[in-house]
Write a new protein. Structure first.
Lengths: 234, 357
């Protein structure tokens, strides 16, 4: 049995405080602060209309490596005609898997003009966080993007996602407890304090290499910064 | 599912059964009639055969059960056969009395299944390609109309609104071209519709204007020159010709490359040439370019959706419907994108000018 005193803070404490302070910025304001990458070998037809709705869209015809997407918390990826240099048979589905493997905190949305029942579509839908038809309405694009922008800017959601990955990598419960306590205790104090707290715990604990990689990757990610950009003070 | 009618062409007596071994359809073979063996005697033994394999009916004739992806979840059962090592029926009987080896029959079935799968694949590819293209066009149409609606609220500059509304019309015309192509595949009798005079230059010009909406978005310049008032005489499916030529050119062209159309007439013929940059046609592929369901190696590697049906249809319409000819030429590779070589490729069609014009 683990007995800790004082009682460590859990993410539920932060969840309970939500709505009091700090609050999150409004969707229209959040749209302006989240960079969205679109990978499409054809011009992305909704681009103009989404930009008119204040989404920050940047398009790529294709990418040579996933590091090109490091600065984009959200990626929209076409399934046909992209990633052909990397995997001719899986194309966009391969790119999505690679992005999620390297940047699990990113929200990746697959879209395609092709059939939803094709092998590529099925594989992509499994790896991606969302899926849309290429001719989806602007309202559908807007709602899906707003949902993911809200999620990746939400300190509770972001931590829960990291926690799932840490558990999957076999983190010891005591280490998870300490990390969560540090995160919840410092998140209201800003990015730098939170980063330092997590780094200290990470150094002191005997985390395995994959767990440590997840933690350091999270601290260094755009998603981490975004959480603090999205918050408004108490 | 298109495979099921083809079962009727199997040489041997057959049954189409469902997963519960219930008969869905049955018939004599196309080559060998049903012998004395009775269907009831065959069905009684099917429980002894799992997904595929051999059995023997009550009358001593061989049974062979199989399926393939295109037939699944149904199975086909061949019966009434004399197969070495399986059947015990002796002597002459009405119907099939040829004796053969198991391997011989299995080979026959394997080739049948391969043929069925290839046919099924080709239809699925066509449907997939059209879903992809139509969704792309619909996306362009929707977003242009959406933008037009938004701009109407705030921007009353007539030039901008006029450009947007023209785009809507062109997207719609592209959709129409795609539907014409699908209709021709579904109903080749469209070629027997009443003949009319068709102005070739005007048709090419109209279609190339439609494709500007997709070409411009890729920074591909489309230009047309030449002079011809000549007409051809034929059914009103001519639009499919420029549609397929330009669809191919725009689809495969890398950004910032020109597509040039030249239409001229000479000696009772009208010549239309479309020149663009596309994935190199490798040695030996040029002869196959109009063969149904065949696509070039580099075209496939480019990742662009295709069914391999566009150029064969183009060839059929030019030659069989309008009595013309088509030539493909390619210059040396001058561009490499990733590992895919690109060349300048020209399609030239030659059509007899209508004597009515």
């Amino acid at each position: 049995m683990i007995i800790c005193y004082p009682k460590p803070k859990s993410i539920q404490d932060l969840e309970r405080d939500r709505g009091i302070a700090p609050g999150m910025r409004q969707p229209a304001e959040l749209r302006r602060s989240v960079k969205i990458a679109v990978i499409d070998d054809q011009p992305f037809a909704p681009e103009h209309n989404l930009k008119n709705n204040h989404f920050q869209i940047e398009t790529f015809r294709d990418i040579q490596n996933v590091e090109q997407l490091a600065d984009f918390p959200i990626v929209l990826c076409d399934l046909q005609g992209v990633g052909v240099q990397l995997a001719a048979d899986l194309q966009g589905a391969y790119l999505i898997e690679e992005i999620k493997n390297n940047y699990p905190e990113k929200a990746v949305i697959a879209f395609t003009g092709g059939s939803a029942s094709s092998n590529i579509s099925r594989r992509a839908a499994k790896a991606a966080d969302g899926y849309l038809k290429k001719d989806a309405s602007i309202e559908e694009w807007r709602d899906l993007l707003d949902k993911h922008i809200k999620n990746i800017s939400d300190p509770v959601f972001v931590w829960k996602q990291l926690r799932l990955r840490l558990v999957r990598e076999g983190i010891a419960p005591i280490d998870l407890l300490k990390l969560e306590d540090a995160y919840v205790g410092s998140v209201k104090k800003g990015a730098q304090v939170t980063r330092t707290s997590l780094e200290e715990i990470s150094k002191k604990s005997s985390l395995g290499p994959t767990v440590r990689k997840e933690v350091t990757g999270f601290i260094a990610s755009k998603a981490f910064d975004l959480v603090f950009q999205a918050l408004v003070g108490p | 599912m298109i495979a099921i009618p083809i079962i009727k062409a199997i040489a041997f007596p057959w049954l189409l059964i469902d997963e519960g071994n219930r008969v869905v359809d049955n018939g004599d073979g196309s080559l060998f009639r049903q012998p004395e063996a009775r269907v009831d005697g065959v069905l009684a033994k099917l429980g002894e055969i799992s997904d595929s394999g051999w059995g023997r009916c009550a009358a001593g004739f061989a049974i062979y059960k199989f399926t393939t992806e295109s037939i699944s979840p149904f199975h086909v059962v061949l019966y009434g056969m004399k197969i070495n090592g399986v059947s015990t029926a002796q002597g002459r009987s009405e119907g099939l009395s040829v004796r053969m080896d198991q391997e011989h029959l299995k080979q026959y079935v394997a080739e049948y299944c391969q043929g069925v799968e290839a046919l099924d694949d080709s239809y699925r590819s066509l449907i997939r390609e059209n879903i992809h293209e139509i969704r792309g066009i619909n996306s362009g149409l929707y977003n242009t109309a959406y933008q037009l609606d938004g701009d109407l609220q705030v921007d009353h500059s007539s030039q901008n609104l006029s450009n947007l509304s023209k785009s809507v019309v062109r997207w719609s015309e592209l959709l129409s071209g795609r539907i014409d192509f699908m209709e021709f595949i579904a109903n080749p009798n469209a070629a027997s519709a009443p003949k009319v005079e068709i102005s070739v230059y005007k048709k090419f010009d109209k279609v190339q204007r439609c494709f500007r909406v997709t070409a411009n978005r890729n920074s591909i310049s489309l230009s047309m020159r030449g002079a011809s008032n000549a007409t051809v005489y034929g059914p009103p499916i001519f639009d499919i010709i420029p549609f397929l030529l330009l669809d191919n050119a725009v689809k495969y062209s890398p950004p910032n490359k020109p597509i040039e159309i030249i239409c001229n007439e000479s000696n009772n013929y009208i010549f239309c040439r479309v020149t663009s940059t596309g994935p190199k046609i490798e040695d030996g592929e040029l002869e196959q370019i109009f063969v149904t369901a065949v696509r070039g190696k580099n075209a496939i590697r480019s990742g662009k959706a295709g069914s391999g049906l566009g150029l064969p249809v183009l060839n059929r319409i030019v030659k069989n419907v309008f009595g013309g000819s088509i030539e493909v030429s390619q210059k040396n590779t001058y561009l490499q994108i990733g590992s895919i070589p690109y060349s300048e490729i020209s399609f030239e069609i030659k059509l007899p000018i209508s004597r009515h014009s």
